[in-house]
Design a protein around this ligand. Structure first.
Ligand SMILES: [Zn+2]
Ligand SMILES: [Zn+2]
Ligand SMILES: [Zn+2]
Length: 149
């Protein structure tokens, strides 16, 4: 999500893009891996920018409600990743290292239809996360047999 899209989004939602919110967005945007609220706080402090931890938590909650970030509860910690995809999408989380990849497809219309058929609800939204092991964490099974083969 680039800064232009962010500004448009905030304008559309009639939200103010305050300086602390912008700083938090920039930290997430520069990060190579998901960040915890405390890491964002410490990164900002290193740059001589003091944003209260409470305000960081609130901003992250707001970002999440806007679909800007993906929240990863990993063990006892919570981390946030800035979404690169701007439209509706899904994520897969590595259960070993916590890395996240965004999935640029969503094909569950059959499923929505089944939900409507069985409940009578009109489906307007859904959330779905995938979990697994990334390429570097994938447990190697039967390695010896593979080399012999
Ligand atoms: Zn995302
Ligand atoms: Zn992994
Ligand atoms: Zn979807």
């Amino acid at each position: 999500m680039n800064i232009g899209f962010l500004k448009t989004l905030f304008r559309e939602k009639k939200l103010s893009l305050s300086h602390p919110r912008l700083l938090i967005y920039q930290e997430l945007s520069n990060a190579s891996s998901p960040l915890s609220p405390l890491e964002i706080y410490q990164n900002l402090l290193k740059k001589k920018k003091r944003v209260g931890l409470t305000s960081i938590y609130r901003s992250l909650e707001l970002f999440e409600s806007l679909g800007m970030v993906f929240k990863i509860a990993y063990g006892s910690s919570v981390r946030y990743k800035l979404c690169e995809l701007e439209n509706h999408h899904h994520h897969i989380v590595c259960k070993a290292c916590g890395n996240v990849v965004e999935l640029n497809f969503c094909d569950i219309s059959d499923w929505s239809k089944k939900v409507t058929e069985s409940t009578g609800y009109q489906v307007v939204d859904h959330q779905l996360n995938f979990y697994g092991f990334c390429k570097s964490c994938k447990p190697r099974t039967g390695g010896i047999q593979e080399t012999e083969f």
